[in-house]
Design a protein around this ligand. Structure first.
Ligand SMILES: *[C@@H]1O[C@H](CO)[C@@H](O)[C@H](O)[C@H]1NC(C)=O
Ligand SMILES: *[C@@H]1O[C@H](CO)[C@@H](O)[C@H](O)[C@H]1NC(C)=O
Length: 986
């Protein structure tokens, strides 16, 4: 422990008072209790014992023959012999607390803390033990209402009811009776019903030194014009729901030593008053919504040792005065909006703080500039985190002077240059994180020369190359190694053989072009997370994939592995063998799990085998793996039907069998997989009709992909029950009948696309697999990973659908892609199609649509792919910048006229209503932009941005800036702009 002397002294004085009485207990039990205890009190204690259950024999010394003053936990007055104290803490006592205690008229100290009075209420009669000065019932699982009778204990100095989350109060008025109270702890007690008056009541307690009201469900904190509890030294109001600013009175508590306001939904500016927290040693206000600068008034808190303001919205620069806080050891300002250069920060800190500072966390702010060499002067630094800022430049060599450093986190910045060798001298370093920077060059054995304590090394995302001799034995024993995107190859890194204690290892994309040596598989037995994906690893995997721990993740995808699939250990959690050249059938892996001897259940939740050369049928072995959530078997050569045992998988959320040769119908047992969110059977030979139950049973579906199969019949109306659906792709089948009129039930398509989190509830590792689905949009198949959840698409193309396009379709305002091409749809394009303002891709080509293109189409400002060719459309193409920038071929096979076609329309085209109706008053400007749009359309290829520009001046300026400065990169620039426009509209 390294706390300043002053700190120790003050805390000691505070705690001394409370420890004083237990000290007396010890002496009371030995020399001083020369007088036998009072007979009636002994009887009372025996009766008290009788009502208790005492599984751990805490009260074994309590029997009749003995002087009760010698009993364990009992202390008597050494003159009168009256029982003065009962210390029965940590005793596993249960049962009933007998009112016989009332006979102990002189009891001043009662401690029943940390026992197991489950289901018991705090007895009301305790309020009649009027001599009590000390009452501790904390952590003993009492529940129900806190009896107001406690308010009769007018001499009470300590009241501890904390750590009992099932206690509550109706009000706190009774507290005002405890006018001598010095210590009050009600942590976890539900005080929500006292929210309106708790503070007024506390303010009646002028002797209060120590107040703990954490997790009390308090929702109000009031201003106080007069503060009674001026001696207060410790104030903990963390984890409440105040939703207000920190009241000024807090800052007037001159004697306050420790202040904890964290996680209490405080907001607004930190402090506008001149505060007088001159005794403060620790201040925590983390995880609130404070949005001012770091309060100046802290400059008066010269004793401050620990400052924790993480996770707020603090802004501005780090104030200079902090350098003069000579006792400050911990400064934690992570996750705010602080600015300035790192050089400025270390200059501000260069006062006496430079020698006191031990832990500095400035992560997740907006600091810029270079890390100055001056950092080497902060000799006592043990931990430093600057992660996730915009810090550039090299890693300073002077870091080598910080010999006490154990944690160094510079991740996610723009640091460049090479990794200084001197880091290898930091022998206390246990954690080094330089991932997500632009560091380059070679890392050698020297870099690790003395890092004997290193257990966590994160370096992913830098183009660094590790060059060590094949015989290298590192001085460290790493637990957690992540070197994604380093160059470690082409040989498999031999030095790993000396590392026996891995819990996680990510060596993906590290240029390894080798087979995996057999010793590695022994090493991997204990690894919870192993990722060797995106290398050129060849050869076979062992016959069995085994592990000694439960639920590990093994990712070997995107390599050149060959041979049959391995048998796997039943406790495996996530297995990714996708994108390799595994061959043979799946039954070895699926049907013959190696059962865990300890009888642990099968854990497998994610199985990715897509993009291999797997053949044969999908076996009926799914019942071995009841916890599967994600199955990816796409792009293999699988045949046969979808096995009905798939219905065992009640937790299945994502099923991909795309691009195989699967035949037969969609199995009825699939209706049991009610958790399904993504179902992709596209590009197979599945026949039959789309089952009606799909719409009823799989009500969580977000993606339904049935493209390019042999499905027939109607699109069932029941599909319309899928209110979560964001992607429906039934293109290229033999579907007939009309487009159901109930498509406006697809609620998820009617609004702005959902975000990722709201779609998937899976755990961290699984989320990235879940989002994987194939969607065809903008005319090409693509693998939409992270953006899938933002995609809303409806593709009914290449079928034999007839009838009109239902008007209801136009209420799917969230659609980004709509493809109805290659059907036999007739009638006119719905007038309101222009309402679908998110549309980027619209294809109505090769139908029998007639009439005009509705003028509202000019509102489709984001359209970049547009096709109405080969219909019977006639009349003028509505004027709008983006329709005119579309290629002519998108309109051919109709009787259309006007730009962009060269065929002119008759007479009155200058004042086509559609192009002006919403733009009143800006005609001239529009004309200008329109002409610019025409001129530019061929250069840029996409003018969805123009129309919004008319309305938002700042974007207009930005656009000009784009034109002037980034001509060569114009489309990138416009992409940014398009993004801004979208956000504005959202
Ligand atoms: C009684 O105990 C107190 C401490 O609690 C001690 O100071 C005092 O001397 C003792 N009196 C006798 C008579 O032992
Ligand atoms: C201060 O405490 C005293 C004693 O309990 C009480 O009488 C008085 O009302 C309190 N003052 C305020 C403003 O609550």
């Amino acid at each position: 422990m390294t706390v300043s002397k002053k700190h120790v002294r003050v805390l000691f004085l505070i705690t001394l008072f409370f420890l004083e009485e237990p000290f007396n207990l010890c002496s009371g039990n030995t020399d001083h209790s020369r007088f036998r205890c009072v007979e009636s009190e002994k009887k009372a204690l025996l009766s008290f014992k009788r009502d208790l259950e005492d599984p751990s024999d805490r009260l074994s010394s309590w029997f009749d023959g003995e002087d009760c003053c010698k009993w364990d936990g009992v202390d008597c007055d050494n003159i009168t012999g009256h029982v003065k104290e009962l210390n029965l803490n940590d005793g596993s006592l249960k049962g009933k607390i007998s009112p016989s205690l009332l006979s102990l008229k002189h009891l001043s100290h009662l401690d029943l803390s940390n026992n197991y009075f489950w289901g018991s209420q705090i007895p009301k009669f305790i309020g009649s033990l009027v001599s009590l000065r000390y009452l501790d019932l904390s952590g003993s699982s009492f529940e129900g209402i806190v009896p107001h009778q406690l308010g009769n204990l007018s001499t009470l100095r300590l009241l501890h009811l904390g750590q009992s989350s099932r206690l509550y109060v109706e009000n706190l008025h009774w507290l005002s009776g405890l006018s001598s109270l010095e210590y009050l702890n009600m942590n976890y007690v539900n005080l929500s019903k006292a929210s309106d008056h708790w503070l007024r009541t506390i303010n009646m307690l002028p002797s209060l030194l120590n107040l703990h009201l954490s997790f009390c469900e308090l929702s109000h904190i009031h201003p106080l014009s007069y503060v009674n509890f001026t001696y207060l030294a410790i104030l903990d109001m963390s984890d409440n729901q105040f939703h207000s600013t920190i009241p000024d009175w807090v800052f007037s508590l001159t004697n306050l030593v420790s202040l904890d306001l964290s996680q209490s939904k405080f907001l607004g500016s930190f402090s506008n008053v001149s505060c007088s927290l001159t005794s403060l040693i620790t201040l925590s206000a983390s995880s609130n919504k404070l949005n001012s600068t770091i309060p100046r008034c802290l400059c008066r808190s010269a004793s401050l040792v620990r400052l924790d303001l993480d996770d707020n919205a603090l802004e501005g620069k780090i104030p200079k005065f902090m350098g003069n806080l000579c006792n400050l050891e911990t400064v934690s300002l992570q996750s705010n909006k602080l600015v300035g250069t790192v050089t400025e920060v270390f200059e501000s800190f260069s006062g006496c703080l430079a020698s006191s500072l031990k832990s500095l966390n400035l992560g997740e702010n907006s600091f810029t500039g270079h890390i100055p060499e001056q950092i080497g002067e902060f000799k006592n630094l043990v931990e430093i985190s600057l992660q996730n800022n915009k810090i550039s430049g090299p890693i300073p060599v002077s870091l080598g002077k910080l010999s006490r450093l154990t944690t160094l986190d510079f991740s996610d910045n723009q640091l460049n240059g090479s990794l200084p060798e001197i880091l290898g001298s930091l022998s206390n370093l246990t954690m080094l994180d330089i991932s997500g920077n632009l560091l380059e060059g070679v890392v050698s054995e020297e870099h690790f020369a003395n890092l004997t304590n290193l257990s966590v090394l994160y370096g992913s995302g830098n183009p660094l190359a590790l060059r060590v001799s094949p015989e290298w034995i590192p001085p460290f024993c790493i637990h957690d190694l992540r070197l994604t995107s380093w160059n470690l190859g082409p040989q498999f890194p031999m030095w790993l053989i000396s590392q026996k204690n891995f819990s996680s290892m990510d060596l993906s994309d590290t240029g390894i072009s080798d087979s995996i040596p057999s010793w590695f598989w022994n090493l991997s037995l204990t690894i919870g997370y192993l990722n060797l994906s995106h290398n050129q690893i060849f050869g076979e995997v062992p016959d069995t994939l085994y592990s000694t721990i439960n639920g590990p993740t093994i990712v070997l995808g995107s390599n050149k592995l060959t041979g049959p699939l391995p048998r796997i250990y039943s406790g495996l959690g996530v297995l990714d063998l996708s994108h390799n050249s595994f061959s043979g059938d799946i039954s070895r892996l699926l049907c013959h799990p190696i059962l865990d001897s300890a009888g642990m259940s099968n854990e497998l939740s994610v199985l990715l085998l897509g993009k291999n050369n797997l053949s044969g049928e999908i076996p009926e072995c799914w019942k071995h793996w009841p916890y599967l959530q994600v199955i990816e078997l796409g792009s293999n050569s699988l045949t046969g039907e979808i096995p009905s045992s798939i219905g065992y998988l009640q937790e299945l959320q994502s099923l991909h069998i795309r691009n195989n040769t699967i035949s037969g119908e969609i199995p009825p047992s699939l209706r049991n997989c009610t958790s399904l969110k993504v179902l992709d059977f596209g590009m197979n030979k599945i026949k039959g009709s789309i089952p009606k139950w799909l719409g009823m049973s799989l009500s969580n579906l977000v993606v339904l992909g049935l493209r390019s199969n042999k499905l027939e019949g109607n699109i069932p109306h029941e599909l319309c029950s899928l209110t979560e659906l964001q992607v429906l792709d039934v293109a290229d089948n033999g579907l007939v009948g009309s487009v159901p009129h109930c498509f406006d039930n697809f609620k998820a398509m009617t609004t702005k696309p959902q975000t990722l989190e709201s779609i998937y509830s899976a755990s961290f590792y699984e989320a990235e697999f879940l989002e994987n689905a194939y969607v065809v949009t903008k005319g090409r198949g693509d693998e939409y990973n992270t953006i899938l959840s933002l995609l809303v698409s409806l593709d009914l193309s290449q079928n034999n659908l007839s009838g009109e396009i239902p008007e209801q379709l136009t209420s799917l305002l969230g659609l980004m892609s709509l493809n109805l091409s290659g059907n036999i749809l007739r009638g006119s394009i719905p007038y309101k199609i222009g309402d679908m303002t998110w549309i980027q891709s619209l294809d109505l080509s090769r139908n029998q649509l007639s009439g005009k293109i509705p003028p509202s189409m000019s509102h489709l400002t984001f359209v970049s792919q547009f096709n109405v060719s080969y219909n019977n459309l006639s009349g003028e193409i509505p004027l709008s910048t983006q329709l005119q920038s579309v290629d002519n071929s998108s309109f051919i096979g109709n009787q259309l006229c006007g730009p962009p076609l060269s065929k002119r329309c008759r007479a009155d085209h200058e004042t086509t209503p559609g192009s002006t109706e919403n733009r009143g008053g800006e005609d001239d400007e529009e004309e200008f932009w329109f002409r610019l749009g025409i001129a530019m359309g061929f250069v840029v290829g996409f003018f969805g941005v123009i129309a919004p520009l008319l309305f938002y001046k700042t974007w207009r300026l930005f656009y000009f800036w784009c034109l002037k400065n980034m001509w060569h990169k114009i489309s990138d620039c416009c992409f940014d702009l398009k993004y801004m426009v979208k956000n504005k509209f959202s």
